[in-house]
Ligand binder design. Structure first.
Ligand code: C2E
Ligand code: CA
Ligand code: CA
Length: 795
């Protein structure tokens, strides 16, 4: 009797048993590797790889079985039925395939275990079909208990083997899975073999078609080689692909880390991979991010929904970083295949810099860059808004226009940096006075505006006073140019109900404030509009007056009080306007000073007067009025020098008349320029003495040669004790300082006699001669010099 126990001890060829074991190991490993490969492939490829796995695994298991059978040498004639042998191979392949396929179905719970059990049953099916194909000269008897045990062994060990083989662990676990599979196959085989008892019976003939064992060895060897080849190629493929994937992942990772933007690869709601930029954005280590929940960084569910629907569409949202704060970001989502699985990539762009820039642009668009105040655009918008509010509330609103007095001079004399500093200072001083309902804007240049909702004009007047006071106080103790501002105010709805008109009226009031003494404020009055327009026209006409030949110079004689002799002339500018006729210099000179045309006019008068005087045979002096604006211009001395040189007039014949105001504004510069003029040899007269500051120290500090008492003190000096006293004290002052005094505006003989008695040196006035064309004075400029006694000497 032959039994399975005998199989192990006596009836088996140990070499073939070893071969069977080797093939079985190989088959198990191959099946496992191919399975894993199939699992990571996509749909169609997965079926192909499953087929290959079924073929390799099935035929391997089959080969194991038959080599093990061949190792069994019952020393009885035996053979194998071809059809049944073929059928056993088919069972092996198909049932292995089904088992493996089931193991990969994700939706079935415990799929790998079920698949493993099916695989085990497949082994049994193959084995017993193969046993049926075994023909031997004897009877076979079956121990049903062992048969059942073999089936249970195969199925249960298979059910354990596959889940382990398919787990996502390393090679060791996989190898353990493959070993279990091997145990399932071998355990089943040898248990099943021991269930068989062969009772020899020579009368039983082996069928003619049965293949002898030798032939079978060839077939099985072939199958084994096939398995080996398949296994090797599968393994090679797997390794190559894995290495490739690893390399690609590495390359992708370094590429991703080089990106400035944050990059994430996610699966579902989980982060699979992140680049360094993202890690530093959320302030975490890169390794802390793997397997983290995306919602931790993108808390807005709406964002995630929006992303899901719109791949490649940027979505703006907020990123929550580790310290709990949020960063504005832009997200772009794109589905990708990562490690052969569908994933999605998220590009995260930090919007902070952009938001800052946008904020700055927005600010610049609405504000003045120098002072940071609102600009005209935002001021206009605010006015419109406030007008509506005022209308609804039945209130008023005041619009102030502010303009720095003589700002152009500050720029010209001190440079633009000083001008800028002044503008910033004004902005600061005025802004400090305003509350939240009020607003200050810089409309351009040295023009500012303030808006103020109020109930009554009185409140606006009070604010204007506070503004002027703040600016006055701002000058205290400050070096550099002095700030002075004029303010014009228009009221909504009293003056106008429309923005443009309101601003224009405030501007009109501003001009009035300037005209009436500067450093003050005025409310708009309807009649102002006309005056301002008129003034603008005059300004415009004045700019072209010289070129159009409308300007000319007249001369007024200056005489010696004691002798009555003409010692020189004062040059006075005249403007003959084509429509207005003669325009008084008392009217147009201040305007020319305000708008800067005085520089052009003054230079022209200087040239005319010097040219004229140089042509006289008699060396009489010529006095030229020079405005404060001119005297403070840096190149003024150079201009005088140049004119003297070009006209050939001796410097001592030119006298420059300057009012005290010119000195007050910038004493040090005035002093330096006057000293330089003096060193040219030019005479200097202080004009209009008594009307301004009448400061004794001015007379001491500056190099004046002459004092001109203003005409207002001379008028009725002979009858008015008060003015007489003033004139006497000025004359005394002159004597004390050694400066001759000239009295202006002498109209009567009595006035002249008074001056003579008081020993005033010189006089000028209608009595001695009105300003006239120089030709009228030809006898003085060209004729023989007439001595008061009537003696005439040659000129
Ligand atoms: P000012 O320098 O005080 O000139 C004297 C003014 O008194 C002149 O007025 C002259 O016509 C006037 N006048 C002379 N004698 C008498 C008199 O007996 N009685 C009266 N009532 N007035 C008399 P004008 O020509 O109208 O000039 C007015 C002012 O305009 C000048 O005052 C001067 O400040 C300015 N001005 C005139 N020409 C020039 C110029 O070329 N350059 C500058 N910067 N200012 C000038
Ligand atoms: Ca004068
Ligand atoms: Ca004068």
């Amino acid at each position: 009797m032959l039994q399975v126990v005998g199989c192990f001890i006596g009836a088996h060829d140990p070499w073939l048993v070893a071969l069977a074991a080797a093939i079985c190991t190989l088959a198990s490993m191959t099946a496992v590797e191919l399975m894993r490969h199939a699992r990571s492939a996509t749909q169609l490829l997965r079926c192909v790889w499953l087929g290959i796995a079924a073929l390799a695994g099935g035929s391997g298991i089959w080969a194991t079985h038959f080599i093990a059978m061949l190792a069994f040498e019952p020393s009885l004639p035996s053979g194998y039925n071809v059809e049944l042998t073929a059928l056993s191979l088919v069972y092996a392949i198909v049932l292995t395939g089904i088992g493996l396929a089931v193991a990969l179905i994700r939706i079935i719970p415990f799929a790998p275990a079920i698949g493993g059990a099916i695989l085990g049953l497949g082994i049994a099916g193959m084995h017993y079909t193969g046993m049926l194909a075994f023909e031997v000269a004897g009877y076979t008897e079956w121990n049903l208990g062992l048969v059942a045990l073999s089936i249970v062994l195969g199925a249960s060990i298979g059910a354990v083997a596959l889940p382990i083989a398919l787990s996502r662990q390393g090679f060791g676990t996989r190898a353990f899975g493959a070993l279990l599979l091997l145990i399932a196959i071998c355990g089943h085989h040898f248990t099943a073999m021991s269930a068989v008892t062969i009772i020899p019976d020579p009368s039983i003939m082996i069928s003619k078609g049965a293949i002898p064992a030798r032939w079978l060895a060839v077939a099985v060897a072939l199958a084994s080689v096939t398995i080996l080849l398949l296994a090797c190629s599968a393994l090679a493929l797997d390794i190559r692909e894995r290495r490739h994937a690893l390399m690609q992942r590495d390359r992708l990772h370094s590429l991703a880390n080089a990106a400035v933007e944050g990059l994430l690869v996610c699966r579902g709601k989980i982060i699979v991979s992140a680049n360094d930029s993202f890690a530093s954005l959320v302030d975490l280590r890169n390794s802390d991010l793997t397997e983290a929940a995306l919602a931790r960084f993108l808390p807005e569910a709406a964002t995630r929904l929006a992303l899901a629907g719109h791949p490649d569409q940027p979505v703006e949202t907020e990123l929550r970083v580790t310290n709990g704060s949020t960063i504005p970001i832009e997200l772009i989502m794109r589905p990708i295949t990562y490690g052969n699985q569908p994933h999605y990539a998220l590009a995260i762009r930090d919007l902070r810099a952009r938001r800052r820039a946008e904020g700055q642009i927005e600010f610049l668009a609405r504000h003045d860059a120098l002072t940071g105040l609102a600009n005209r655009t935002s001021f206009d918008q605010r006015i419109e808004q406030e007008m509506k509010l005022a209308e609804a509330a039945g209130r008023k609103m005041a619009v102030f226009c502010l303009d720095l007095d003589r700002f152009k001079e500050v720029n010209d004399l001190f440079g633009h940096a000083a001008g800028d500093t002044m503008l910033v200072k004004v902005a600061r001083l005025v802004s400090n006075l305003l509350d939240d309902t009020q607003m200050m804007a810089r409309l351009g240049g040295d023009e500012f505006a303030v808006l103020m909702p109020c109930d009554h004009a009185v409140a606006a007047g009070r604010l204007a006073e506070r503004i002027l006071e703040a600016l006055r106080n701002g000058n205290a103790g400050a070096s550099g140019p002095v700030i002075a501002t004029s303010v014009g105010i228009a009221l909504y709805p009293d003056d106008a109900i429309e923005r443009a008109a309101l601003l224009s009226y405030a501007d009109t009031a501003l001009y009035r404030a300037k005209a009436e003494g500067r450093g003050t404020y005025r409310f708009f009055e309807a009649k102002m509009g006309m005056q301002v327009r008129d003034r603008r026209l005059l300004e415009h006409d004045m700019r072209h007056a010289i070129a159009r030949g409308e300007m000319h110079v007249v001369y007024q004689p200056q005489t010696d009080v004691t002798t009555g002799a003409v010692t020189g002339f004062e040059a006075l500018l005249r403007w003959q306007h084509p429509e207005r006729g003669a325009v008084s210099p008392a009217l147009f000179i201040p305007i020319a000073e305000e708008c800067g045309v005085i520089l052009q006019l003054g230079e022209w008068v200087l040239r005319e007067a010097c040219r004229e005087a140089a042509s006289w045979p008699n060396p009489l002096s010529v006095a030229v009025n020079v405005s404060a604006v001119q005297i403070l211009v840096p190149h003024f001395v150079q201009l005088v020098h140049e004119v003297l040189f070009q006209t050939g007039l001796k410097p001592h014949r030119l006298e420059i008349e300057i009012t005290e105001t010119a000195l007050i504004r910038d004493p040090s510069r005035a002093q330096s320029n006057l000293n330089q003029l003096k060193s040219l040899g030019v005479g200097l007269a202080m004009d209009d003495f008594g009307t301004g500051y009448s400061s004794l120290s001015n007379l001491r500090v500056y190099p004046f040669d002459k004092i001109k008492i203003d005409g207002s003190f001379i008028r009725a000096v002979d009858t008015n004790d008060q003015t007489a006293a003033i004139v006497r004290s000025v004359l005394g002052l002159g004597r004390g300082l050694g400066l001759p005094v000239l009295a202006e505006g002498v109209e009567t003989e009595a006035e002249l006699r008074f001056l003579e008695r008081e020993e005033c040196a010189a006089a000028q006035g209608f009595l001695m001669g009105e300003p006239a064309m120089i030709e009228q004075f030809a006898r003085h400029t060209h004729g023989a010099v007439v001595e008061p006694e009537g003696r005439s000497v040659a000129a």
